[in-house]
Design a binder for this molecule. Sequence first.
Ligand code: ZN
Length: 429
Amino acid sequence: MDARDSIVRGDLRISDGRITSIGQTGEAADVTIDARGCAVLPGFVQTHIHLCQTLFRGVADDLSLLDWLKKRVWPMEAAHTAESVRASARLGVAELIKGGTTCALTMETVNHTKEVFRVVDESGFRAIVGKCMMDKGDDVPAALHEETDNSIEESVSLLEAWHGKADGRIGYCFAPRFALSCTSELLAQVAKLARERGVIVHTHASENKNECALVESETGKRNVAYLDSLGLSGPHVVLAHCVHLDAAELETLANTRTNVAHCPSSNLKLGSGIAEITRMLDRDISVSLGADGAACNNRLDMFTEMRTMALLQKALHGPEAVPAKLALRMATLGGAKALGLETQIGSLETGKRADVIVVNLDSLHSAPHERNLVSALVYSAQTADVQSVVIDGEIVMKDRKLLTLDEAAVVADATRESRELIKRAGIVL
Ligand SMILES: [Zn+2]
């Protein structure tokens, strides 16, 4: 499927990491992937992920946001070692690739972010990674509490070490956790540095009603208005969630072209609410999709997010809301745009980097699909239907086998590291 949503029959050729032709057939190639019976698509781009939380899957269920953070996620993040972060990132990247996600914007924890960059580098995944910044807040474990200057220094040194690495496949983002975890000094400095350095700011905003009420009582402003007043708005800013916004905040997002990363499964599971995606799209606000972390979803699966997002909007606004074509576009080019990568990835176009997935539609649950390919992809297809994945021209999964990660070792390491981490965190299940 090409950039104009046309369905093209024929070969997709890749050379030196880029797409060199679409639809021509018959030319010989060094390596060939047989995609008969399959759809060939741009890889999914998820704009809100926490790779460091993949080990927490199933350990933080059935809690609301602030309890979920204080009782589970922060103690477990504080208990992370370099080894456990590595195991968590490998598990997350492996799951993402197997489900057809080729690029993610990810917020890590306060410590050991270097390990995540190494995993992204060695796995061939495309990611913009940020160290979580936290210089304030109640009930924050000592290991996660930072001095403002140290937080900024460490972020800048990671940016200098990793931004643009692996031929541009790896990027850095500033990742202040959310307004309640950061001083206004830190947020203002991040706003300034992000503009100077030309990198993304990735944070959470207005996920939960209690969070919004606390921000308002501390700052006298609504959450998005507060962030905007500190310079944290604009086309380089990605705000995860935005579930509880008033009309003025929607206007601010539209006027500043700030990006919303919508995480429907996470919002439902934490009981946070349903974001007003249809109203945002009506105002031309950039909305893309993310699974958030395995601690609150518990899948990292774009098929689930596309379908859930579309179904929720239909329940709110009628069956015409968010048609399948729009959902698929949000999952691909929409994500690329939010990350400022739309000239590089997000659609199949000659000259773009080759981030390509092959999805088998000859399955019981997707048949018949001849006249409704996009419908099959959005409403019927599942992660296990992804046959092959190419990122930056390299085959990272072929016929369901990961080529850059050892799947059995990833699962074994994650299981062992998770067991030890839960013990260190003192969590009794
Ligand atoms: Zn999150």
